[in-house]
Design a protein around this ligand. Structure first.
Ligand code: UGY
Ligand code: MN
Length: 250
């Protein structure tokens, strides 16, 4: 929110193939299945995305109970707070950095043990002949090795979900030391839903460099050229979704 003496200029960009959405510009809304929760819709089909991504501010003892619809899978990432997840007959405690992929066939319940924020991503699971859908998968980023990315020690990639054909999505965390970058400008058919967790930098989207910082959301559609330089005094970190491991439907 701008103070009354400030200008209303914004870094927001919405283009056919990408969007840069600083959080301050996204209004709160509500969802029937999340009583008392303050909801921000980050990505949606209306933007061009083939998935939906939300940021949920969940008060203590609030959450949701969801019945499986055998169609949509859900990924949670805990930004802050403590959450209890009940799914597939198990009970899991998720603190900051915790995550879970809930298959489309599982009922689940998630509740805030202490107030916190969740990133939630939903997509229609893409079945593939002869491939079993993935099971419930729960973890914490602290247990995932930060691998050196393409030979650069200053660029580290954490692959939160197993790199196995059952999974039709990847959720990864990139950490860049100040001054480091992606080694190339990538162009690929996969989409991204990217949430900037820490630091700042400049992102190349389509045909221009733009400044980005903590709490920015970026949607990248298919084939948007993309690259990143980390600037600023601290490491920069972002979590991103990518659709993977499936043929492109015709
Ligand atoms: O996995 C990726 O496509 C990743 N390197 N993209 C990105 O960070 N924009
Ligand atoms: Mn990419």
């Amino acid at each position: 929110m701008r103070a009354p003496h400030q200008l209303l200029n914004s870094r927001t960009q919405v283009r056919p193939r990408f969007a840069l959405l600083p959080l301050e510009g996204i209004p709160f809304s509500k969802l029937p299945a999340w009583p008392e929760t303050k909801v921000r819709v980050l990505a949606a089909p209306a933007l061009g995305a083939e998935f939906v991504q939300y940021l949920l501010d969940v008060p203590e003892k609030c959450g949701t109970t969801q019945a499986a619809d055998a169609r949509v899978e859900t990924f949670f990432y805990v930004m802050s707070g403590e959450f209890n997840l009940l799914a597939a007959g198990g009970s899991y405690s998720l603190s900051a950095g915790g995550f879970a992929l809930i298959p489309a066939t599982d009922n689940y319940q998630i509740q805030a043990a202490s107030a916190g924020s969740l990133l939630m991503l939903k997509k229609v699971y893409e079945p593939a002949e002869g491939i079993m859908p993935p099971p419930l998968y729960v973890g914490n980023q602290s247990e995932v090795t930060a691998e050196i990315y393409l030979g650069d020690e200053g660029a580290r990639l954490q692959t939160l979900l197993p790199d196995q054909i059952e999974f039709d999505m990847a959720m990864n965390i990139f950490t860049f030391a100040p001054g480091r970058s992606l080694p190339i400008t990538e162009t690929h058919v996969m989409e991204h839903g990217l949430y900037f967790l820490q630091g700042k930098g400049v992102y190349y989207l389509d045909d221009a460099w733009m400044e980005v910082e903590t709490d920015d959301f970026i949607w990248m559609g298919p084939y948007v050229p993309q690259s990143f330089y980390a600037t600023g005094p601290t490491p920069s970190r972002y979590i991103y979704y990518k659709n993977v491991n499936r043929e492109i439907p015709l």
